[in-house]
Design a protein around this ligand. Structure first.
Ligand SMILES: NCc1[nH]cc(CCC(=O)O)c1CC(=O)O
Length: 316
């Protein structure tokens, strides 16, 4: 008899189904467990036009979480950067697979690089983190808010409505639009969102067969994104805050964390970095949490919390 497939709940968008399928294939390859995708329509998906008023991505995450808690699906795959830092009641992150490219990418008309955009060029991005860091580099460009999925945003460049948009490189790969990328931002220019490029596999706490999910956990990624997300949590900032953070292993068990908090106009910034030797701690995730906490506290001492609070006030 064929084994019963595990049920992976996913949103219907190209990005969601493509990243869910990636994880499903990795699990099957590692464990032999067959996976079946279950498409879930969230409130956010049926009321797309009003998403601005609904406030961000929480509506998408919550619909999947409701299905997990109801037991209608066995697990879900999220973009880690869309998950609030507070743990969800009754659920656990069973696996964080190896991270894809964490960088932000520019998709501009006529193959233009960021440095070659003429003064006054229009850049579409709804992310305060991107606007703030880009404005610090190029205060002469015009940053315009934009909504919708990756394909919709790219369409505004094709149609000539905007000169460029900035999106996560990993997301563009997942929707098959990596050929639209004309430039990539290195962490030295622009720090990605905490957890960008990483996926999170979530399931109910206490379910028996977690083993097939933990098979795709990647400890180095889990440590890196832990450091990044602790910065976000310590700054009491959400996914819409102008906070960039990126952690990476630099050899010999050293984990380096860089973070930036930048005011919306790009004029004020607190940028810091710090590293730990993970061998000084019981495990690398604990080392990462310490690293994130220490760096965030140092940033707060330099006024980072004030910049976050001011940005939040502008938003509301
Ligand atoms: N906020 C939407 C979102 N959530 C995850 C990704 C991209 C994939 C990722 O960062 O893992 C995107 C689109 C974007 O920021 O361009």
């Amino acid at each position: 008899m064929a084994p019963v497939p595990a049920r992976l709940g996913t949103r219907r968008s190209t990005m969601a189904t493509s990243q869910s399928q990636l994880v499903a294939d990795a699990i099957t390859e590692h464990t032999g467990v067959p996976i079946e995708l279950v498409l879930i329509t969230s409130f956010g998906d049926v009321t797309k036009a009003h998403l601005t008023q609904l406030g961000g991505t929480g509506v998408f995450v919550n619909a999947l979480r409701d299905e997990l808690l109801a037991g209608s699906v066995d697990f879900a795959v999220h973009s880690l950067k869309d998950l609030p830092t507070a743990p969800a009641d009754g659920l656990t992150l069973a696996a964080i697979p190896e991270r894809d490219d964490p960088r932000d990418a520019l998709c501009a008309r006529d193959g233009l690089k960021f440095a070659d955009l003429p003064a006054g060029a229009t850049i579409g991005t709804g992310s305060p983190r991107r606007v703030a860091q880009l404005a610090a580099l190029r205060p002469d460009l015009r940053y315009l808010p934009i909504r919708g999925n990756a394909e919709t945003r790219l369409g505004k460049v094709t149609s000539g409505e905007l000169d460029a948009v900035v999106l996560a490189y990993a997301g563009l790969v997942r929707v098959g639009r990596v050929d639209d990328v004309t430039d990539v931002f290195e962490p030295e220019q622009m720090l990605p969102a905490p957890g960008q490029g990483a996926l999170a596999v979530e399931c109910p706490i206490g379910v028996a067969a977690l083993d097939y999910l933990t098979a795709v956990d990647h400890l180095e990624t889990r440590a890196a994104v832990t450091a990044e997300r602790v910065v976000l949590a310590e700054l009491e900032a959400g996914c819409a805050a102008p906070v960039g953070a990126y952690a990476e292993f630099t050899g010999q068990g050293r984990l380096r964390l860089r973070a930036a908090v930048v005011s919306t106009d790009g004029a004020e910034a607190v940028r810091m970095e710090r590293a730990v030797s993970t061998s000084d701690f019981p495990d690398s995730v604990e080392a990462a949490a310490h690293l994130g906490r220490d760096l965030a506290r140092e940033m707060i001492a330099h006024g980072a919390d004030r910049i976050v609070a001011e940005a939040a006030q502008r938003d509301s």
